[in-house]
Design a protein around this ligand. Structure first.
Ligand code: ZN
Length: 306
C-alpha cells in the first residue's frame, strides 16, 4: 500500500494563476478508489519546523503579509489563505517523508518547494518542504543523511542554496531549464550556478529525449550514493519536463516520464533506500496531461513496489 498525502487545503485560492493549484485535487480524484493507494490527509506543519530552515522574518512575512514584497517573493499574490495552505503542503511533505521511513515509499500530492531559499521564496515555492522535512526528521533522530533527487524541469536553486550549510544533505538536480534569481532560462549551455560536493547538477540539452535523461539519471544516482549513503531519498517528480509543457525544451512524452519514474523507484528499492516523492511543477495548459504525468508516477511506483 502506498500512502499519498493530500488535503483539500493544499490549494490556496489564488484565482487564475499559471501554477494550476487545482491539479492537486485532480490527482487525488484520479487516485480515488485505486487499489494499492491510500489517500490520507496530513496535519499542518508546526511553524517551529519551518524555523529550522527559514528566517523568522520571512516566516512572519508569509504569515502576516507584511512586508508585502517579501510575502510575495515566491510570485503568488498574498492573501490570508496562503499561510494555512503552505502549512498543509509542507505538512504533507513531512508526513510522506516520515511514512517512507516505515513503508519504504510514500507520496505527497503537493508541489512548490525547490526554489525556496532560507530568507525568501522564488518560483511558486514559499517554504522548502524538502529541507523542512529532512530537518524535522533529523531533529527527531530518525535520519542522519538525506538526499534530494530533483527531476523537475527547473534547476533546484533553493535546495542547492540550503545545502551549502548542511553537509548531511545532498541535492542532485537534473534539469532542462536553469533557474536563477527568480527567472527561468531555456538556455542550459550557460552555467548560472556553481556545483559543490553536496549539490550537483546535470543539464539536459534542448531536445533531449529519454536516452539522455536516463544516462543523466545513471550518473546522478551514482553521485548521490558516492556522496554518502542517505537514510532517506526525497524525489521531486516534476511534470514540467513533459514535451507539451510551455517551459519545456525537452522531448519527453508520458511513456518516457513513466520510464524515468520506474528508474528512480527501481534504484531506490534495489539500494534499500526509503523514498518519498512530491509532484513538483507542471504547466501544460491541458491540465489533464499534467495529471496524467503525476498518475504515471503512481503506475511506476506500483510496478516496482507491487
Ligand atoms: Zn519546474
Amino acid at each position: 500500500m502506498i500512502t499519498a498525502y493530500h488535503h483539500a487545503g493544499f490549494a490556496a485560492p489564488l484565482g487564475d494563476h499559471v501554477m494550476p493549484m487545482r491539479k492537486f485535487q485532480l490527482v487525488a480524484d484520479a487516485l480515488a478508489g485505486r487499489a494499492g493507494v491510500a489517500v490520507v490527509a496530513p496535519p499542518p506543519i508546526a511553524p517551529a519546523d519551518l524555523l529550522r530552515v527559514h528566517t523568522a522574518a520571512y516566516v512572519e512575512a508569509v504569515r502576516s503579509g507584511e512586508p508585502r514584497a517579501l510575502a510575495e517573493s515566491q510570485k503568488f499574490p498574498w492573501s490570508p489563505a496562503l499561510w494555512p495552505s503552505v502549512l498543509l503542503t509542507n505538512g504533507g511533505a513531512l508526513a510522506a517523508a516520515t511514512r517512507a521511513l516505515d513503508d519504504g515509499i510514500a507520496a505527497a500530492l503537493a508541489s512548490g518547494f525547490h526554489h525556496s531559499h532560507s530568507d525568501h521564496g522564488e518560483g511558486f515555492c514559499t517554504f522548502n518542504g524538502l529541507v523542512v522535512a529532512a530537518e524535522a526528521l533529523r531533529a527527531a533522530g530518525r535520519v542522519a543523511r538525506v538526499a534530494v533527487l530533483d527531476l523537475d524541469l527547473h534547476y533546484g536553486n533553493g535546495t542547492a542554496s540550503l545545502c551549502a550549510t548542511r553537509p548531511w544533505l545532498t541535492n542532485c538536480s537534473i534539469y532542462g531549464n536553469d533557474y536563477c534569481e527568480n527567472k527561468t532560462y531555456r538556455d542550459v549551455e550557460t552555467l548560472r550556478h556553481t556545483d559543490a560536493a553536496n549539490h550537483l547538477s546535470f543539464a539536459l540539452p534542448n531536445g533531449s529525449g529519454a536516452a539522455v535523461l536516463l544516462d543523466a539519471l545513471e550518473r546522478g544516482t551514482a553521485a548521490l550514493l558516492a556522496a554518502g549513503r542517505p537514510d532517506l531519498v526525497l524525489y521531486q517528480a516534476g511534470a514540467d519536463p513533459y514535451r507539451e509543457d510551455p517551459y519545456s525544451p525537452l522531448d519527453l512524452d508520458h511513456d518516457d516520464l513513466r520510464e524515468r519514474d520506474r528508474f528512480v523507484f527501481a534504484w531506490a528499492r534495489k539500494q534499500g533506500l526509503p523514498i518519498a516523492w512530491v509532484l513538483a511543477g507542471g504547466y501544460t495548459p491541458d491540465v489533464s496531461k499534467v495529471v496524467a504525468v503525476h498518475v504515471g508516477t503512481f503506475d511506476a511506483a506500483q510496478s516496482v513496489y507491487g
